[in-house]
Design a protein around this ligand. Sequence first.
Ligand code: FUL
Length: 506
Amino acid sequence: MRFLLFLITLLFIGNLNAQQPAQKNFGQVNPNATEAELIRVAANVSPSVQQLRWQKLEMTAFFHFGVNTFTDREWGEGTEDPKVFNPSDLDARQWVKACKEGGLKQVILTAKHHDGFCLWPTKYTEHSVKNSLWKGGKGDVVREVADACHELGVGFGVYLSPWDRNNPSYGDSPKYNEIFVNELTELLSNYGKVDEVWFDGACGEGPNGKKQIYDWDACYKCIRTLAPDALIAIVGPDIRWVGTESGYGRESEWSVLPINSTDQKKITEASQSNVNIIPAIDYQKDDLGSRQKIKDATGLIWYPAETDVSIRPGWFYHSKQDNEVKSPGKLLDIYFSSVGYNSVLLLNIPPDRRGLLHGNDVKAIKGLKKLLDKMYSINYASDANISSDGTGTKGIIDNQMKTFWTTKGEKETGTITINLPKPQTIDVLCLQENISIGQRIEKFKLEYRDGEIWKEAGKGTTVGYKRLVRFHPVTAKDFRLFIEGSRLNPTISELGLYKSPVEIIK
Ligand code: FUL
């Protein structure tokens, strides 16, 4: 009997392990690995706890604010008088509250942009709020934003520009590196929990400019020590720039990439160093993680995409752009093309000279939220009769990531049939993989029954955390989803059939 119990326990543990391999966001590939062995590694690379938390945020905000707000520039030269920084009515709570109400769950503040002006009273430069007129030099924007975030339960992140056009030590590598780590240390020690650190790759020094060799290892060590839960984005190992500032990511978005793509030099070079010379359209269409791209990988990592875009033409506030704020419909299109393309949206909403988010911007994000709420309010699949050739089928409509459909064994294809109680008009398919065990789906299509004929409604390649597919509205009762290709057995955590609140733009 004991032996039997022992056997049952072993089998149970074995089964658990097969269903949910231990979380690991890096996979080593044996140099002589066959394609099947390589795919096995790729299928089991999964996000870290912090990466998973971040991915689930879906929508986050950027606040570009600083001397540029007052000089009407995008890239300050670092020569500005700190006295120009003088918001009349700064209220960071208003910024964070508006974001929260708009469904943006984390914010990132430009604590220091390329001009070197620091929004906190740092000990390491005079180019900061402490020499501004605002609050008689006693103010601290980082404190106000961090406090508001912590109070309202919104994530808090800092953008710290490595390129510093003010600091006389910039270009004198060891000296500036020390200052940079000191600045980082202040930000990570004095403002409570920090969830994301954003290092911009931009540097416009040109061929005769100052050449700073950054000590990234020291920066990462500092972050891992002082803020172990913070993700390091862009010039960093945890979150990758999607490759465009348009808000439109790539349709085939793999979060599992060959390790050679994260080679530090390549990340730095590709990270917005000069958006003009990176042909945005090609970069966007490029495929980073298909079988073809990973075939020679020596390692694979979980390196998910973040899509940054501004709600206005500029990153900083310019009154002349007050009427160029993106409409809710445009923001929804961006949502479909960022969150709906397996990426996290980082939407910039720049505070104005008063130190408030402008009414037009607040209206636009609230408008977006309204559209999203309307779309997600009815999932036509939720009361459907669902069947499949796999297991866990009920789990795809229970709003829980942890319950999921998969195929039997390691079968790479599967079919889910969805019979609605009555015909409905839909034009959006939402799929979510259980990425906590990896990203696997490579190809899928949705069909609907028109009389006796099955017709294609929409199709796609990757899914990842979330994939939204828009198509011309179809009115039908019976649908079937084919998973046509996968790395090992595919998973689906959630499936949604929706009606877009605005006409499909595509
Ligand atoms: C770029 C910067 O040069 C822009 O000013 C902005 O901060 C954007 C998010 O990243 O590289």
